[in-house]
Design a protein. Structure first.
Length: 309
């Protein structure tokens, strides 16, 4: 009897030892899971294609595409629409204003940076509490539930953050390090990044600014190898290539671990970083990520190679 009781005691002790690690693992949760991101009833946007969205999505998510806010010109699809007030009105109809918390869901590395592009667009319009996450992780946090009704917000006039983007004229001026002659055709009603004199775009004179500029190409290695700005003899500004995926974690949050790599390539927080991709989507995502990382002089060349050509 004693032997049986002793064996039973040992068996119970072994079972207890085996169950302890399982409990610890469950308390840690999924790495990068957006538990806190979902606090406060944020507006949830899903940037995946409509077919994938309709198959499965987080309850209450709204399906949008980056193209909804961009130019219809086939040569510059990445450039934002001219009437940004109209864009803001449309956002108000889905419950977004400058004070809204917005969580943008997408496919992460399996996509093309659409989440970050939308995040960049919202920040241009003055919406600052913006986050990105992986749609599968977010859906796992709330697999059931009713679709909440969209609550409209009053129309609002966007306060455009002109420091987040650069137009083709200014991009070319800094890429070639040549100041083009300014042709003044009359007094302008308003000044945006698209009509500011090149010399004052970054709050400093042209010669001072051009010494700090670096071009960051965020396309894939293959795309960069086929064609990039270093192949144009008139481009004098340094060009660095880092693929956009490196700026985001597996859970699609902004990565905080690229500082050493960026510094090794000459990219430091004091630099003016002009980010480029094919048509401003991946570069928009990286501009959003860089700003979150503290590189406050990052700008998206939204026209991209599509407009450069």
């Amino acid at each position: 009897m004693r032997n049986i009781l002793g064996a039973l005691f040992i068996l119970l002790a072994l079972i207890a030892c085996q169950t302890t690690p399982t409990k610890v693992t469950s308390e840690q949760g999924v790495q990068g899971a957006p538990e806190k991101l979902m606090d406060g009833a944020p507006v949830i946007l899903d940037v995946r294609p409509p077919f994938e969205f309709n198959l499965s999505h987080v309850p209450g998510a709204i399906n949008i595409r980056w193209e909804d806010f961009s130019s219809q010109d086939p040569n510059s699809r990445g450039v934002l629409q001219d009437d940004l007030f109209s864009v803001a009105r449309r956002l108000s109809l889905i419950g977004i204003d400058p004070d809204s918390k917005v969580v943008i869901l997408g496919k992460g590395a399996q996509g093309n940076g659409e989440e970050g592009r939308i995040a960049w667009t919202l920040e241009v319009l003055g919406v600052k509490n913006v986050h990105t996450a992986l749609h599968t992780v977010a859906r796992a946090m709330n697999p059931k539930g009713d679709e909440p009704l969209v609550k409209n917000k009053p129309y609002w006039k966007p306060v455009i953050d002109e420091s987040l983007f650069i137009d083709s004229k200014n991009f070319k001026a800094y890429a070639t390090q040549k100041l083009p002659p300014l042709k003044m055709t009359g007094k302008k009603k308003s000044k945006t990044a698209m009509d500011l004199p090149v010399s004052s775009l970054f709050g400093m004179n042209f010669n001072e600014a051009k010494a700090k500029v670096v071009i960051l190409d965020v396309r894939s290695n293959g795309e960069f190898g086929i064609n990039n700005l270093t192949k144009y003899k008139h481009v004098k500004t340094p060009v660095v290539q880092i693929e956009w995926k490196e700026f985001f974690t597996e859970s699609n949050a902004v990565s905080k671990d690229l500082g050493k790599k960026l510094e090794s390539k000459g990219i430091t927080p004091d630099k003016i970083i002009m980010v480029i991709s094919n048509h401003g989507v991946r570069s928009g995502a990286v501009t959003f990520a860089l700003r979150e990382m503290g590189y406050r002089q990052s700008v998206n060349f939204a026209g991209g190679y599509e407009q450069w050509k």
